[in-house]
Each structure stands twice: as structure tokens, then as C-alpha cells.
Design a protein around this ligand. Structure first.
Ligand SMILES: NC(=O)c1ccc[n+]([C@@H]2O[C@H](COP(=O)([O-])OP(=O)(O)OC[C@H]3O[C@@H](n4cnc5c(N)ncnc54)[C@H](O)[C@@H]3O)[C@@H](O)[C@H]2O)c1
Ligand SMILES: O=C(O)C[C@H](O)C(=O)O
Length: 362
């Protein structure tokens, strides 16, 4: 045993002895990194908004070869922003910008898949699914071959739930629980609408649920949501005097919010999508606060009577890097019919994807 006086002197001269070991860098892949959401999210990740302010990151950015110059521009800006969290053990600058899938997926611990075929005017949903099936099949094999074994994946690109399903089907070595899709934007939109309606701070609103597909059939459900005030937590359904608002306007505004942003900006949501993708990953990795759930698109285990075999948005809590579906919430007939409608759409999308895969096989 060292005498106390000696210990005190050692700590005075070498204060770093008391500090925790600095965290080792982790590798985060962003596909479609030269696009709108990509441009917004890479800075958020490199400032610690996804994995925490003490987690160094190496950013792997992938985009198509024709976007190589734009992607290099993003890389230059990341270097210019002098972001201290952006650093690697080998790669001092902590940024990889590439159009090579193998290089992009190599050793990544987290993958945020934003790149995909965009919906163009006059394009049928079927065509959009077909184009993205081809892309997500390819990315599934890159993920399986090159990513770190426990890589956590978030699919953002639309149709997000079905792209996640294709990824799962074609990357059987990756556990299904490691693949998720983004419905946190819809969840955050629901909290934002409640906050505006009641004139309360959005940070005091929690436990909305978005059920189903990231599409206009999703069911934003405020029946379990609460608002924190001086007296504790009050159910939103008691605070909203206009009862039809919760079943009609609230639902349709959240369902149509993406389209409303496109109409206003002439481009789809990017800042809110990037921010919500960071929220999704942060809560998954670092945990949801006690008594709070969030919405995540995950592989259905049949909870709430939702068919198995589709990616469906459920209320989840997260702890120690694992999500679990919140059980036991009351679902009335109104909610049940909305939830079934979205499940039906997802089963139709799955059938279209399956059809395309079998056409490709023949
Ligand atoms: N889930 C959600 O909540 C949500 C919200 C907003 C947008 N989105 C979707 O996110 C996607 C991206 O939106 P955006 O506004 O950034 O689009 P964008 O067109 O600005 O960027 C997409 C980028 O992906 C790249 N890309 C295309 N195919 C690729 C591939 N195979 N590999 C790598 N990169 C590829 C493109 O070159 C482009 O740079 C779209 O599908 C959009 O519909 C989802
Ligand atoms: O890209 C879109 O079609 C809209 C987007 O999914 C959104 O919800 O904002």
C-alpha cells in the first residue's frame, strides 16, 4: 500500500491518473453522404450528437462515383471544421470518402444507410421498390462481408421499412435485431404537434407512438402520450379539449408532414431527418431515459398482433445497446384498424419486393 501523502502528491503531479481511459474511436458509415441528409448528418455525428460528446469517430462516407467530387467537398469541409472527435487510430483525419462499397463498409460499427434511388415524378411505388431492392441487396452483401460483426444499422432511405427488410433477407449473418429503420422523425413530428397544440415545451412531451410504415399509412398515436408539469405527468388526451383533434387533424398532419415539407422547400426533410436519425442511434446505443419510450422500425415479432416478417414501427425502450418492444399498451378498435392498414401496406410492399427478387433470380 502506498502512503496517503504519496498518493496525494502523485494525483497532484499526474492528474490524468484519475481520468477514465479515453474511448477508442468507432467507425460510422453514412451512405448517400453527398446528399442533403448526408451533408447535415455528418457534422452532427462528428460533433457527438449521435454517439455522445466523448466518443471519437471515424466517418466512412459512401456515395456514387458520379458524386465523387461533391463527396470530396464534404470531406474537405469536415477537415476544415477542425472537429476534435473526428479521429482514428490509424487515420489521423478520421474521414474516409469513397465510392467503393467494400472500402466504405470495412469494419464499421454503425451504418446509417441514406443512399438510395429517389422517387421521381410519375414513378410508381412498385418501380421505386424495385430500384431500391437492387441497391439494398448489394449493400446487404457488403454489410455481411465487411462490417464489424455486431454492426448496428439504421435504414433511412425510402421505402425505409422495406429496404430494411431486403437488407435483413440478404444479410442473414447479421442478427435481425441489429437492423432498424427510421420512424423517429415521425415520432418527433408527433411530439412537435402536441407541443404546438398545448403550448408546452417539446422536452416535456413524451410517449407518443408511431405504429407501422414510414409512409402516409402510419398511425401516429397520442393516446398514451403525457406532458410533464408542476403536478407531475398528465395524459395528453386529458389536456386536449378538442377530442376530434387527436383522431383526425393530429394524425393526418403527422402522416402528411413529409409531403408538406417537400411542398414548402421543394426538397424533402433533411435537417429534421438527420437530427432524428441521431436521436434514434443515440437512444439505441446509450439507452432511453427511464419511463420514456420512442418509436423505431424493427423486425416484427408478432407483438400487438402485427404480422411477423415485416419491419414495423413500434414503441421501444433501449438499454445496454438493445431495444425491446413496449408491451401491454391498450389498443382500441380505432387504433387497431389504423395499425392493420399500415401492416397491410407493408405486406404489399414485401410482396412487390419478393416478386422483383424472383424475377431477378429467373
Ligand atoms: N425515413 C425517413 O424518415 C426519411 C426522411 C427523409 C428522407 N428520407 C429518405 O432518405 C433518402 C435520402 O434523402 P436525401 O434528401 O438525402 O436525398 P438526396 O438525393 O439528396 O441524397 C441521396 C444520395 O444518395 C446517393 N446514392 C444513391 N444511390 C446510392 C448508392 N447505391 N450508394 C450510395 N449512395 C447512393 C445519391 O447519389 C445522393 O447523393 C431518400 O430516400 C428519402 O426519401 C427518409
Ligand atoms: O422523402 C420523402 O418522401 C419524405 C420523407 O420520407 C419524410 O418523411 O420527410
Amino acid at each position: 500500500m502506498l502512503p496517503n501523502s504519496l498518493l496525494q502528491r502523485m494525483v497532484k503531479w499526474c492528474p490524468w491518473l484519475l481520468r477514465d481511459e479515453p474511448k477508442q474511436p468507432v467507425k460510422v458509415l453514412v451512405t448517400g453522404a453527398a446528399g442533403q441528409i448526408g451533408y447535415a448528418i455528418v457534422a452532427m455525428i462528428a460533433r457527438g450528437q449521435m454517439l455522445g460528446p466523448d466518443q471519437p469517430v471515424v466517418l466512412h462516407m459512401l456515395d456514387l462515383p458520379r458524386m465523387a467530387d461533391a463527396l470530396n467537398g464534404v470531406r474537405m469541409e469536415l477537415v476544415d471544421a477542425a472537429l476534435p472527435l473526428l479521429r482514428g487510430r490509424v487515420l489521423a483525419a478520421g474521414v474516409v470518402a469513397t465510392s467503393d462499397e467494400a472500402e466504405a463498409f470495412k469494419g464499421v460499427n454503425f451504418a446509417v444507410l441514406i443512399g438510395g434511388w429517389p422517387r421521381k415524378e410519375g414513378m410508381e411505388r412498385k418501380d421505386l421498390i424495385a430500384k431500391n431492392v437492387a441497391i439494398y441487396r448489394g449493400q446487404a452483401s457488403a454489410l455481411q462481408q465487411h462490417a464489424a460483426p455486431n454492426c448496428k444499422v439504421l435504414v433511412v432511405a425510402n421505402p425505409a421499412n422495406t429496404n430494411a427488410l431486403v437488407l435483413k433477407e440478404f444479410a442473414p449473418a447479421i442478427p435481425a435485431k441489429n437492423i432498424t429503420c427510421l420512424t423517429r422523425l415521425d415520432h418527433n413530428r408527433a411530439l412537435g404537434q402536441i407541443s404546438e397544440k398545448l403550448g408546452v415545451h417539446v422536452g416535456d412531451v413524451k410517449n407518443a407512438v408511431v405504429w407501422g410504415n414510414h409512409s402516409s399509412t402510419q398511425f401516429p398515436d397520442a393516446s398514451h402520450a403525457t406532458v410533464r408539469n408542476e403536478q407531475g405527468e398528465k395524459p395528453v388526451r386529458e389536456l386536449v379539449s378538442d377530442k376530434t383533434w387527436l383522431r383526425e387533424e393530429f394524425v393526418s398532419v403527422v402522416q402528411q408532414r413529409g409531403a408538406a415539407v417537400i411542398k414548402a422547400r421543394k426538397q424533402s426533410s433533411s435537417l429534421s431527418a438527420a437530427s432524428s436519425a441521431c436521436d434514434h442511434m443515440r437512444d439505441w446505443v446509450l439507452g432511453t431515459p427511464k419511463g420514456t419510450w420512442v418509436s423505431m422500425g424493427v423486425y416484427s415479432d408478432g407483438s400487438y398482433g402485427v404480422p411477423k416478417g415485416i419491419f414495423y414501427s413500434f414503441p421501444v425502450t433501449c438499454d445496454k445497446g438493445e431495444w425491446s418492444i413496449v408491451q401491454g399498451l391498450q389498443v382500441d378498435d380505432f387504433a387497431r384498424s389504423k395499425m392493420e392498414l399500415s401492416a397491410k401496406e407493408l405486406e404489399e410492399e414485401k410482396a412487390i419486393a419478393d416478386e422483383f427478387v424472383s424475377i431477378e433470380r429467373d
